[in-house]
Design a protein. Sequence first.
Lengths: 282, 333
Amino acid sequence: MTALQKIWKYLLIFLKYFSLVFFSFVAVLPIVSCVITAFKTDTEYQQTNVMTMPESWLNFDNFVQAFQKANMGRAFINSTIVLVCVLVVSVFVGTQLAYVLDRFKFPGNGMIRNLFMFASLLPGVAMQVAVYQIMYNLHFINSLFGYIVMMCGTDVIAIYIYIQFFENISFSLDESAIVDGASYFTIFYKILLPLLKPAIVTSCILKAVGTYNEYYSANLYLQDKKTLPTVATSLYTFVGPLGSKYNLICAGVIISLLPALIVFITCQKQIYSGLTSGAVKG
Amino acid sequence: MAAVTQKTKKKRTFGEWARSRDGQKVFVMVAFMILPLLLLFTFTYLPFAEMFGFSFYKMKYIGERKFIGLDNYIKVFQRDDCFGALKLSLYYMVGSVVQLALSLYLATVLSFKVKGGNIFKGFMFFPYLINGIAIGFIFKFFYTRGFVFDTVLQWCGFELENLPYWLKDQSINNISLVGTSVWRYFGQNMVLFIGAIMSVDSELYEAAMLDGANKLQQFRYIILPSIKTIITLNVILSITGSLSAFEPPYVITSGANGTGTYFVIMHEIAHTQQKVGLASAMAIVLLLIIIAATILQKLFFKYVFKSAEDEDLNATAKRDKKLAKLAQRKAGR
């Protein structure tokens, strides 16, 4: 290896790490600046530059205040209720649908699959004009139950993950159970559902992230912000008169993304693999 | 004998049929499919049909409606704020191209051995998990005059007087907004690409290394062909996504100062001005554009890849030869 090649090689390595560090910096900078500001007192926030470190990293006043002002206790309870209900219902609905679509051949099977595919093409925001009317007629406005029912709706990616998984479970398993006289319900609940666990975990994480962060419909249909905030919509409290107290706002933002951060750190692998398997088919 | 069974089958009562296999099958199918299909129809196809209906009326959410035929559609094309807003999509398209290129580069780098690779990956992916409202606040703060972004640029030697107002200056604010969208999604795209690259047979790299291929050639001849499906998919998604760009302007600027994209304007017309008919027509028009764009792109990629696949036959043959060579060498050792 000549000297020139060596220099070239080290330059490449340098460039590689430089770009990684640079883009990681870009990715975390907005969040880090929020964390710094969240620890500042009012006077500190007004007098120092945003990127100067706070005097004390133990100043949790803003967090407490933001938590109370934005009613985040209530918001966390609501978000948890929504999350649990939506996950349970969508797992059952999704796996059952995938089971029927994969295991039974009947006229209309392909059409149902296409209906779900086409539904994913329709832009959600645009449809809300008409969904609002339907929610209104069903008396689902300002009702946590109504919001949950709407959120349980179709999720093509999850269904595709399940169908893909069913395709890999041998049909002879079903057949031998049928010979033993098991009903279809038994086959599904006792034999197939336990085997589906990895796919369920994957799609649950994806759905959980989506549901926890959903704010557009929550804002539209849960208008009573006092009793029906979710974590995402509780941040709307800071729009308006509090709009320039960024130390408070940043604290609220940080609180709202803590659960996501914890889930991310503990389930990193599943999140990555879930995304990948969802995208390959979807 | 056969005739007899036929007869008994026909004579089965409904109760018997319900207990038989066939009956059970139908029962299970109905029981398992009724809920998802009901949800699909109530929250997707029913509103879709209703929206189509609304688009021919002059109406508000509550009160009288008046049939006005195609007037709403004509208005969509005549009003400057409606159709003109589609021009903003160009910014988002450029942004998504930058985003795809960037994430492809980072994915390639991270697929090979890198110290601390997982940490870099985690940092870059995390923005994807933040909810839209929080992102709105984070970036309002980030771009405020003299705050985070300006401070960092001052560290790099820029003067504050020379810097524009990132969210007010009409010549730059759309770029700032697109930047936030790239910030949010490049890590997610990167993870997708890493997943695809990892599924490439690692023996191919070994073979390429033995043949003396450098990193760039490895990328060009091994990685790119094997992940072209997922790239295609992402290009299609990003173009339809750019047409329906909504979140960045909605949460950061609320569409002020010329940042209102088509959907932000539609949202305003629907919910603030309550012109439901016009908003529905806007939605239908954009939907048609999106469907047309999707079909065109699919055809385009089909055509491009068809010719590419003819070449690919050679490439796969070559690849197989290389693999065979490698196996021979291994066996020879």
